[in-house]
Write a protein that binds this ligand. Structure first.
Ligand code: OSB
Ligand code: MG
Length: 373
């Protein structure tokens, strides 16, 4: 079945987080989210979510730059390419440098569309095999150590299989020490979001005593060489997030020894095609991968679930229940997590969750329609 794209609809929705989320680079209280819908001439459509945040502090992209890139550059390239299959979108957009979150939201929507017109759940269409995926949580910086311990306890009670805490200079060893002392046996990780440099190697070495599963992105995104130097000095596996944008980045990191684990984020790598390629590369090289999160609404969350069913995703991802983020999600049913800390891949077509058009409409603050054919 060949696709014949007709138009693309962009919407910005605004959703308040139930709890603020704080990392080394800043604090988020409300999300501005770009939702992408791609229509086929047959009348079918697919949904994607652009994971570019509000501000350029995680990477260079924002929802506003992504909107501009999609409307000014992605749509003409997509129209000119006369896409017939979802796996052609990545190459069709390759001429646009960077801006992967902008491209990824559109690419993901075309995959959802193709899964729907071929009558399959997206995860099956992508070639996923895991019907149940293991879940962890990412806990932001808290006002106090007591508040952090309280949050960790609550997530463990809910069944989550792995706890990740955010760290930054002067809020690192102390936090890890407190959590590890109180919970000696849990699977625990830390994420620095690039807040350190090699000058902090003594502190990073101290983390070795806490039996962490991994240290996520301690150094700057471009520093594969410094990450390799660090990995040679610390026993704890380094996991790269911000540094890995393409399958070549994964190869460079592997060849240099910059990390032992990779976090794959669908938006950061530009969509399902690149994500799948990175996953496949890592599977062949015995590098475990897991799915990262960007505080997504239900649409992005559903895409993350589909991606996580692929073979290489062996570690618990940052994919958790809708209710940890939103009073009310934009999909039905919301994403829920079992008491074993797992999500079951949905049986419905495409992303497998119903998008509430009424709720999306009521949250919409901006929209644009662009013809593709
Ligand atoms: O580095 O993984 C990260 C959120 C925003 C930006 C970067 C990151 C995160 C998270 C949250 O850790 C993951 C989630 O719960 O969606
Ligand atoms: Mg991270």
């Amino acid at each position: 079945m060949k696709l014949n794209l007709e138009r693309i609809e962009l919407r910005e929705i605004e959703l308040a987080l139930r709890w603020p989320f704080e990392t080394s680079f800043g604090r988020t209280t409300r999300r501005r989210i770009m939702i992408v819908r791609v229509f086929d001439k047959s009348g079918a459509f697919g949904y994607g979510e652009c994971t570019a945040p509000e501000d350029p502090f995680y990477n260079h992209e924002t929802i506003d730059t992504a909107w501009l890139i999609v409307s000014k550059y992605v749509t003409p390239l997509l129209a000119a390419a006369r896409i017939e299959r979802a796996d052609q979108v990545n190459d069709a957009l390759a001429r646009i440098r960077g801006n992967r979150m902008a491209k990824g939201g559109v690419e993901a929507a075309v995959w959802d569309l193709e899964a729907r017109v071929t009558n399959k759940p997206l995860w099956r269409h992508l070639g996923g095999t895991h019907e149940e995926i293991p879940c962890g949580v990412s806990i932001g910086l808290q006002a106090s150590i007591d508040a952090l311990l309280e949050k960790v306890a609550r997530e463990l009670e809910a069944g989550y299989q792995r706890i990740k805490i955010k760290i930054k200079p002067r809020q690192d060893v102390e936090l890890v020490d407190a959590v590890r002392s109180r919970f000696p046996d849990i699977r625990l990780t830390v994420d620095a979001n690039s807040a350190y440099s090699l000058a902090d190697i003594d502190m990073l070495k101290q983390l070795d005593q806490y039996n962490l599963m991994l240290i996520e992105q301690p150094l700057a995104p471009g520093d594969l060489v410094d990450h390799a130097k660090l990995q040679h000095e610390v026993k704890t596996p380094i996991c790269l997030d911000e540094s890995i944008l393409t399958v070549s980045d994964a190869r460079h990191a592997q060849e240099l020894g910059s990390c032992k684990i990779i976090n794959i984020k669908l938006g950061r790598v530009g969509g399902h095609t690149e994500a799948r390629a990175i996953q496949e590369f890592c599977l062949n090289r015995n590098l475990p991968v897991w799915c990262g999160g960007m505080l997504e609404s239900g649409i992005g969350r559903a895409h993350n679930i589909a991606m996580s069913t692929l073979e290489g995703f062996s570690l618990p991802g940052d994919i958790s229940a809708s209710a940890r983020y939103w009073e009310e999600d934009i999909i039905e049913p919301p994403v829920t997590v079992s008491t074993r800390g797992t999500i079951t891949a949905p049986v419905g077509l495409g992303i497998g969750y119903q998008v509430s058009e009424r709720r999306v409409e009521s949250l919409t603050t901006r929209r644009e329609q662009i013809a593709l054919g």
